[in-house]
Write a protein that binds this ligand. Structure first.
Ligand SMILES: [Zn+2]
Length: 242
């Protein structure tokens, strides 16, 4: 189910986005001197970014220490990212824009529905011309002290690792929270990472099992910061591979 986005940007969102652009300029000029972002319609790229808000519908994903569901947070971050990408003139497709499981059927088992959902997401990637796949997730661990955003790359396309490297750096720079995590190869049992036929990464935006980080992840301003970091990482990737 390929959903077209309604790109109605309210005035306040536009103002916030302009503020983000300003921050991008500051961040890139201070920390990534080799990257020279180009904004708006002047930006040229043949790639379409497939933004994938992890989970949805019957699949809530991880549950945070205060009860936040991963599926809700990934959708909020992804929508902010999509708005930002639209402003930057970067074409996108979202795998979902609502709280739902793709290709859901009432008469199917939970497992069948999960498989159908993942297959539908893969189909969206496959049906997109020159896709770059960004899957947005949150992390969870049994011990609450672990925190920090981390990027995992899909091994099928050699460009995935470059994308992960630049994205991890962008997250570390933009969030500046003492996180020392490094990007890693995605485990082979992650369906979309295994099968994506293009540069593909999973951005684990933080740990919902860590109370402070979960509180941040619920915060609208922090979600914007994450979206900005991801957009910045993507621009860094385009510059690195141009
Ligand atoms: Zn997840």
């Amino acid at each position: 189910m390929n959903q077209n986005k309604a790109r109605q940007i309210p005035f306040f969102a536009l103002i916030l986005t302009l503020a983000f652009i300003f921050i991008i300029i500051v961040i890139f000029h201070r920390n990534m001197k080799t990257v020279r972002p180009v904004f708006g319609g002047a930006f040229t790229t043949d790639n379409v970014v497939v933004i994938d808000p992890g989970h949805g519908g019957m699949d809530g994903g991880a549950t945070g220490v205060s009860g936040m569901l991963e599926k809700d947070c990934t959708l909020k971050i992804s929508k902010k990212l999509d708005t930002l990408m639209a402003f930057l003139g970067i074409p996108t497709v979202m795998t979902r824009t609502e709280d739902l499981s793709l290709d859901y059927r009432d008469d199917a088992t939970v497992r069948q529905n999960k498989v159908a959902d993942l297959n539908a997401r893969l189909k969206i990637v496959e049906n997109t011309e020159n896709p770059i796949f960004l899957s947005v997730h949150l992390n969870l661990f049994t011990q609450s002290q672990y925190r920090g955003a981390q990027v995992f790359y899909a091994p099928k396309s050699p460009m995935s690792e470059t994308l992960a490297k630049v994205m991890q750096q962008s997250l570390l720079t933009a969030l500046n929270d003492g996180n020392t995590r490094t990007y890693k190869k995605a485990s082979s049992d992650i369906f979309l990472m295994k099968n994506a036929p293009c540069p593909a990464i999973t951005v684990e935006c933080g740990f919902v099992s860590n109370p402070e980080e979960e509180a941040l992840l619920k915060d609208d301003a922090y979600q914007k910061k994450l979206a900005l970091a991801i957009a910045g990482g993507y621009i860094g990737y385009l510059n690195e591979t141009a």
